[in-house]
Design a binder for this molecule. Structure first.
Ligand SMILES: Nc1ncnc2c1ncn2[C@@H]1O[C@H](COP(=O)(O)OP(=O)(O)OP(=O)(O)O)[C@@H](O)[C@H]1O
Ligand SMILES: [Mg+2]
Length: 357
C-alpha cells in the first residue's frame, strides 16, 4: 500500500516578475511530465518610479512588496526564479571548436565576450551554454554566451534575500515569455513548427513585441505605449489619484462619459499600435503574415480589445492564458483567472523554468 508518506514531496517554485507597475508571483508545482499545477499567484502594485527601465531604484520598497506578495501566496516555498530585463542582457551565439575542456572553454568564452561587450568585463556576469554541434560536422559546436551587468543581478538577489526568499535561477524576461508561450502554443488551432505568432505584451509603459515561429523567437522590439496613458487620462479627467484611477479602471464606477470619451479612444489607439507592430514586422522580415496575435500584459484583459485588434489587423487574436490546461489548487478562483492571467505571463514562464528544470 502506498500512503504517499515517504514519496518525495513535489517541490514548487515561485516565478517573480519585478515589473514597472507591480511585483507578480506565480507558484507552480509539477504533477507529472509536462504537467503542472497552479498553486497560487499574486500581483501587488508598486508605486510609480520604484522600478523604471528595468532598474530597481528603491530596493527596500521592492523587498517589502515582495514579502507582501509572498504572504498572499500563503506558501512555504521559498525558491524563486527571477528575470533580468531583456535589454540588460547581451546574448550572442558563437562557434567554437568541439572537445575543449571546461577551463579552455571558459577562457575562449571570455575572449569572445571581450570582442563584443561594450562594457568592462569585470562589471559583467558571463554565462554560457553549449547548444550542440554545428550542423552535421562534429568538430565545431555552437555556444550561446549571455552577459549581464552584475549590478542588475545583485540588486535582484538582494531584494529577494531581504524578503526572505532564495533565488535559484536568474532568467531573462524574453526567455520567460517564450517558456510560457510553449504552454499556450499547445492550445492554438492547427499549430506547427511553422506557426507564426506575434506576442504583444502590453504593460504599463512599454509593449514588448516578440514573434515566434514554432518555438523559435525570430523578432523582438519594443514600442513605447501601455496602460499608463489610460490611467493618466482617468486621473486628469475625473480628478482621481493614481491609486484611485487604477481601482476604477478595474472595478468600474466612473462617470458615464468614461466609456465613450476615454476608454474607447484608448482602445482604438492600442489597436493602431498593434497594427503598427504587425506592419513593422512584415516590412522588416521575410514573413508576409501572421497566423496568430497573442495578447499579454495587464491591458490585454480589457473587454473588447482582442476583437478590436482582430478587426484592425485581420489576424486571429487571442488573450494569453498560460495556465490553461494546468490543474488548479482549490484556492484559485477559476472565474477570475482569465482576467488575471495575461499579466502573469512572465511570472508563469519563470516558475515553469524552476519546476521543469
Ligand atoms: N483588469 C484590468 N483592466 C484594465 N487595465 C488593467 C487591468 N489590470 C491591469 N491593467 C493595466 O495594465 C497595466 C499594467 O500591465 P502589466 O502588469 O502587464 O505591466 P508591467 O508588467 O508592470 O509593465 P512593464 O512590462 O512595462 O514593466 C497598467 O497600466 C494597469 O492599469
Ligand atoms: Mg510586464
Amino acid at each position: 500500500m502506498n500512503l504517499g508518506l515517504l514519496s518525495r514531496k513535489n517541490t514548487s517554485f515561485i516565478g517573480v516578475d519585478v515589473s514597472a507597475s507591480a511585483v507578480k508571483m506565480v507558484e507552480l508545482s509539477a504533477t507529472g511530465k509536462q504537467q503542472f499545477r497552479l498553486e497560487g499567484y499574486a500581483n501587488v502594485n508598486l508605486p510609480k518610479g520604484v522600478v523604471s527601465d528595468g532598474n530597481i531604484n528603491d530596493l527596500a520598497v521592492v523587498a517589502d512588496t515582495m514579502r507582501a506578495a509572498w504572504r498572499l501566496l500563503g506558501t512555504r516555498a521559498k525558491q524563486v526564479v527571477m528575470a533580468l530585463p531583456t535589454a540588460a542582457v547581451i546574448s550572442k551565439r558563437v562557434t567554437l571548436p568541439a572537445g575543449m575542456r571546461d577551463d579552455e572553454l571558459e577562457l575562449q568564452v571570455e575572449s569572445e565576450a571581450n570582442q563584443y561587450i561594450p562594457f568592462p568585463l569585470e562589471e559583467m556576469n558571463l554565462d554560457f551554454q553549449v547548444l550542440g554541434p554545428l550542423g552535421k560536422s562534429s568538430d565545431e559546436v555552437e555556444v550561446l554566451i549571455v552577459a549581464a551587468k552584475k549590478e542588475k543581478i545583485d540588486d535582484r538577489v538582494a531584494v529577494a534575500e531581504e524578503a526572505g526568499l532564495k533565488v535559484s535561477i536568474m532568467d531573462v524576461d524574453a526567455y520567460a515569455t517564450e517558456t510560457a508561450y510553449r504552454q499556450i502554443m499547445k492550445q492554438l488551432p492547427g499549430h506547427s513548427k511553422k506557426t507564426v505568432t506575434m506576442i504583444l505584451d502590453i504593460g504599463a509603459h512599454i509593449t514588448h513585441v516578440n514573434v515566434m515561429v514554432g518555438l523559435q523567437s525570430v523578432y523582438a522590439r519594443e514600442q513605447a505605449f501601455g496602460g499608463a496613458s489610460l490611467s493618466q487620462e482617468i486621473q486628469r479627467r475625473f480628478g482621481l489619484s493614481p491609486e484611485e484611477s487604477e481601482i476604477a479602471k478595474r472595478q468600474g464606477g466612473l462617470p458615464e462619459s468614461y466609456e465613450a470619451e476615454v476608454l474607447q479612444p484608448f482602445l482604438q489607439n492600442v489597436a493602431s499600435e498593434a497594427a503598427r507592430a504587425v506592419s513593422f514586422f512584415t516590412n522588416a522580415t521575410q514573413y508576409s503574415k501572421l497566423d496568430h496575435l497573442l495578447l499579454a500584459g495587464g491591458v490585454s484583459a480589457t473587454e473588447g480589445l482582442a476583437a478590436l485588434i482582430e478587426e484592425k489587423t485581420g489576424t486571429h487574436t487571442l488573450v494569453a492564458n498560460p495556465f490553461a490546461g494546468m490543474a488548479l489548487a482549490n484556492k484559485i478562483k477559476a472565474s477570475q483567472l482569465p482576467t488575471d492571467a495575461p499579466a502573469l505571463m512572465i511570472a508563469c514562464g519563470l516558475a515553469l523554468r524552476g519546476v521543469d528544470a
